[in-house]
Design a protein around this ligand. Structure first.
Ligand code: PHE
Length: 340
């Protein structure tokens, strides 16, 4: 019996040498270590042997079983490594292949234009101040000298959120916020941001657009400072030859109020399609801050004066890049956006 166990072990180990994949290895385990294997039946029947043989046969049978199990584990390990190596060899990657291009984003034309505007006003000493898109009726209108039922409210078509809350129709409410925060310091800020108007969407007007508001408050600020600032902006943004002209206008929050135009960058004033044959392009609404507004911001109009202006951001970009439809800014068409 002992002899038989030795042979059985030798045979099993030899057979294991021949095993070359995991299916065969499974078969080997069933055949040599499984329930119906010879080794198993010897182990099961040790009890029937004559007592003198039992301990030696039992011990050897268990040793053989252990040896085969260890050999099985080693083989399984070796096969796994072989299979991994083969897989690596067969699916070899070509490290010289060019990588997949990563698609790189870019800044939207509105953002690029805004940053250009910040840089120009930054150089003239203006800080950027942000104020909320969702405003109260009081800040958007009331404190800007437009009490309820003031007819000038009709100048701005409004998205109302509730009776008191709205999407700001212009960046001017930021004037009140800065003044209340900065008093009694002098102020020189621009207030950029989105504005919203309940308007028909056409090639020339959107229901959302950017504006940049400007506000300067100090002790001897005059209309000359305002005109100088606007002319300097036009020259830096559009080119050194630009001229601006001033027309009288009306806004409830400035007195006097003006509108500034710039000679058309395309025809230089001759008249063309872009300037609608007038030779001039509208630049902005502006004026000297109304005494009521200064007071609402906490500044005594007998001691302080200021100027304010507000202009759109998409329009100047349209003029500069010959874009004929404002809807392109919000259409998310990459063919348009990638050009800038
Ligand atoms: N808020 C005005 C508008 O949206 C523009 C403006 C700003 C006019 C500041 C005067 C002073 O039309």
């Amino acid at each position: 019996m002992l002899q038989k166990l030795h042979e059985l072990k030798e045979k099993a180990l030899q057979a294991l040498e021949m095993v070359s994949d995991s299916d065969e290895l499974d078969g080997w385990r069933v055949g040599h270590l499984g329930r119906k294997s010879e080794l198993n039946s010897i182990l099961r029947n040790v009890g029937q042997l004559i007592p003198e043989e039992r301990p030696a046969v039992g011990r050897l049978a268990n040793q053989v079983k252990l040896a085969l199990e260890v050999a099985y584990d080693d083989k399984a390990e070796a096969l796994k490594r072989q299979e991994l190596e083969r897989a690596l060899r067969e699916q070899r990657s070509d490290v010289t292949l060019p990588g997949r291009p990563v698609s790189v984003g870019r800044l939207h034309l509105s953002t690029q234009t805004l940053r250009e505007i910040y840089a120009i006003f930054g150089a003239m000493g203006f800080q950027v101040y942000e104020s909320p898109d969702v405003e109260t009726d009081e800040l958007n209108f009331g404190l800007l000298n437009m009490p309820p039922h003031h007819p000038a409210r009709d100048m701005w078509d409004t998205f109302w959120i509730s009776d008191e809350v709205l999407l700001r129709t212009h960046t001017s409410p930021g004037q009140i916020r800065v003044m209340r925060e900065r008093y009694p310091e002098p102020i020189r800020v621009i207030l950029p941001g989105k504005c919203y108007r309940y308007e028909q969407i056409t090639a020339r007007s959107e229901h959302q657009f950017y504006q940049v508001e400007g506000l300067a408050v100090g002790h001897a600020i005059t209309m000359t400072d305002l005109i100088g600032t606007l002319s300097e902006f036009a020259r830096r943004f559009y080119g050194p030859d630009r001229r601006i002209r001033i027309r009288g206008s009306y806004f409830p929050f400035t007195e006097p109020s003006i509108e500034a135009d710039m000679d058309c960058i395309l025809c230089g004033g001759e008249g063309c399609r872009v300037c609608r044959y007038s030779g001039w392009l509208e630049v902005c609404g502006a004026g000297m801050v109304h005494p009521v507004v200064l007071r609402n911001g906490g500044y005594d109009p007998d001691e302080w004066s200021g100027f304010a202006f507000g202009f759109g951001v998409e329009r100047p970009a349209m003029v500069k890049y010959s874009i004929d439809d404002i809807r392109l800014f919000y259409g998310n068409d990459l063919r348009f956006l990638r050009q800038f």
